[in-house]
Design a protein around this ligand. Structure first.
Ligand code: FE2
Ligand code: FE2
Length: 338
């Protein structure tokens, strides 16, 4: 996977331009693209696609990749403090999975002609966003269970529809990622179930963690559909299949029932079953908090970014060594072929 960032194929649109005058007009390319979407066919890396579609995908997939990588930080923080060997092994595996998700996704975004170095530069200089949820701190061991249950649970709701997204490489990456996210959600729930069967202090710790993570988890679905700036085009292009509000409602409906099994309460006095709608009603979300955290003013934004930049700088010698090795091998192969 590492070499992909160093040896990028020429982007499909440049290949087309390099072939000389097009045999079809741009309008005809667009018509073919639209017909593919209508048939439900995948758009593949070498297919013609509108620039705006390509840009939207690069923004979304790279943002998703950054979220996976930054998401390793709040949990990685607890690997040395997991309460048993079993929990340590599970957490270690989960954090490694998240790293793998980031790598699949960077590879998927690279097929659109943007290099991994460019994407990482955008992250490190603060131009690219990642999920706001990872800017909250993990204060106790129960936070790790709650992240699995609520944060990975919300991620699954968001990501399952992406397995049918119109861009083939993204959809295929998501199939594998969703299988692993489902394990993450279950391990979180199981870990909380064990704590809830423990002492009163353990139950209080779980409830405190649920109180802190509930609202940020609901914010993970993004602003209401009417205010979402990218939603319309993404729907039209089959990148997004279900709106933010419908996904959020689905998550609330599933989670309320799981909270009953756990024996925790959700910190929302307006939460009640609405017979007419067939869904749980919930209270207003504090979008000012969401905007502040997305805008860089969450509790851990600076710390998360500084940790990623340090990791990138500390890893420079590995990248240099890998490049030097690749150049040597190439030179050897050229000598052998001569
Ligand atoms: Fe993940
Ligand atoms: Fe996960």
């Amino acid at each position: 996977m590492y070499t992909q960032a160093m040896d990028l194929p020429t982007p499909a649109h440049e290949q087309i331009a390099a072939r000389g005058p097009m045999t079809l007009t741009e309008r005809e390319w667009q018509a073919q693209f639209d017909a593919k979407l209508d048939r439900g066919d995948f758009i593949e890396a070498k297919d013609w696609m509108p620039d705006a579609y390509r840009r939207t995908l690069v923004r979304q997939i790279s943002q998703h990749a950054h979220s996976e990588i930054v998401g390793m930080l709040p949990e990685g923080n607890w690997i040395t403090r997991a309460p048993s060997l079993k929990r340590k092994a599970i957490l270690l595996a989960k954090v490694q999975d998240e790293g793998g998700h980031g790598l699949y996704l960077y590879a998927a975004a690279e097929t659109l002609g943007t290099s991994r170095d460019e994407m990482l530069d955008a992250l490190h200089t603060g131009r690219a966003k990642y999920s706001s949820i990872f800017n909250y701190p993990t204060l106790t061991w129960a936070d790790i269970g709650v992240i699995g249950w609520l944060v990975d649970g919300a991620a699954i709701m968001n990501q399952v529809p992406l397995c049918r997204c119109s861009y083939g490489p993204y959809a295929r990456a998501m199939i594998r990622i969703c299988k692993e996210e489902s394990f993450h959600q279950r391990q979180g729930f199981e870990s909380l179930l064990v704590l809830m069967r423990g002492t009163q202090a353990q139950r209080d710790m779980v409830q405190d963690a649920v109180n802190r993570w509930w609202w940020p988890s609901l914010m993970m679905f993004g602003p209401p559909d009417g205010e979402s700036t990218n939603g319309g085009d993404s729907m039209k292009w089959g990148i997004k299949r279900i709106g933010n509000d419908a996904l959020r409602q689905k998550f609330v409906d599933a989670t309320v029932e799981q909270a009953k099994v756990l024996g925790v309460s959700l910190p929302d006095p307006d939460l009640r079953w609405n017979e007419a709608r067939g869904h749980w009603d919930f209270g207003p979300i504090d979008w000012d908090e969401f905007k502040a955290v997305v805008g860089g003013h969450g509790p851990c934004n600076k710390e998360r970014l500084a940790t990623r930049v340090k990791a990138w700088n500390d890893g420079a010698w590995v990248r240099d060594a890998a490049l030097a090795h690749a150049r040597k091998r190439e030179a050897r192969e050229q000598r052998a072929a001569a």
